[in-house]
Design a protein around this ligand. Structure first.
Ligand SMILES: [Fe+2]
Length: 318
């Protein structure tokens, strides 16, 4: 690597090298744009159908202009977990990863998320939270984590997400030392729907000050298109000024061989504790990551009352 590559993002279209090599490049700051595939189009259509049902009879993208905030929040808070835990969602995720060539025996998959980002500050916290610049590693994600982001509806740069090339492998002062995923599982996630207006104060990790180098790259993708990137990549929700609510989905994978051998992105500024590795299950047979491997990544003390893995129907306490 050149020194300058620590402040640069390589952008590629499609997965051209063997997956394991692409993953190594992604750890070092490469982002990969993926054109729509049959399975990704089906996954997005599945999400779109659920969103449209939740906001019926309104167009989900413009419902924010006619619904009062409580109604909007209730509908968004309802559809997000329904999508996340719908069995068909997981089937489609797996079909998509198979199409892309990920090995089902070495790739472990988390449940997806659905993001709802309203336009012009209608809803700025809780279920509609706009992510400030962050690395997902600040949220206790492993350094091997690779993330997929896909819009559900046609989009523009006015309602996008963005990356910060300067910080690919350069530190930014941040509050991740206050973040422990087991605490977050116990309190932060559950309370999302209760936060509607004003600052989101659920203790999310973020930069201590405005970025010194805020130059950004904004993603614009067709429906079914995806951007994939390292959890160590600094990124944010772009301010949505499109006049319409943005709906997107994202999900995460890890390569168990890289986890096993400690191969991953370079930690330049993360001090979060705990690990999200328990959230992943093997694509082939839903097996969890072995406890002896997880424990190697389990930084810090486990807080009393913490929850090791968040799931609405199952609580695994510390
Ligand atoms: Fe993120």
């Amino acid at each position: 690597m050149r020194q300058s590559d620590r402040n640069a993002i390589a952008v590629t279209v499609g997965l051209n090298a063997p997956i394991e090599e692409e993953e190594l490049a992604i750890y070092r700051g490469q982002i990969v744009l993926l054109p729509p595939t049959p399975a990704s189009i089906e996954l997005c259509a599945h999400a779109r159908t659920m969103v449209e049902e939740a906001f019926h009879p309104y167009d989900p993208r413009t419902a924010q202009h006619v619904l009062d905030i409580d109604d909007f929040v209730a509908r968004a808070a309802n559809v997000k977990p329904r999508f996340i835990h719908d069995p068909q969602t997981r089937i489609l995720q797996k079909a998509y990863l198979a199409e892309l060539g990920f090995d089902p025996w070495r790739t472990y998959l988390d449940v997806p998320r659905m993001r709802v980002v309203s336009s012009d500050g209608y809803l700025v916290s809780g279920v509609g939270h706009k992510q400030p610049p962050h690395r997902d590693t600040w949220w206790s994600a492993p350094m091997q984590q690779i993330q997929f982001w896909l819009p559900i509806f046609p989009m523009t740069r006015e309602c996008s997400m963005e990356f910060y090339p300067h910080y690919v492998e350069s530190a930014v002062a941040n509050s991740s030392n206050d973040f422990n995923i087991y605490n977050w599982n116990a309190t932060g996630r559950k309370n999302a729907a209760q936060h509607r207006m004003g600052e989101d104060n659920r203790g999310i990790p973020q930069p201590n000050a405005a970025l010194e180098h805020p130059g950004a790259v904004q993603m614009v993708l067709p429906v079914g298109g995806a951007v994939i990137f390292s959890a160590n990549q600094l990124h944010a929700t772009s301010d949505n000024v499109s006049g319409m609510t943005r709906f997107s989905i994202d999900f995460r994978i890890v390569d168990i061989e890289h986890v096993r051998h400690g191969i991953g992105a370079r930690n330049v500024d993360n001090a979060s504790t705990g690990t999200a590795l328990r959230d992943f299950r093997r694509i082939s047979d839903e097996q969890e990551i072995a406890p002896d491997i997880v424990s190697r990544y389990d930084e810090g003390e486990k807080p009393q009352g913490g929850v090791l893995r968040f799931a609405p129907d199952e609580v695994v306490k510390v």
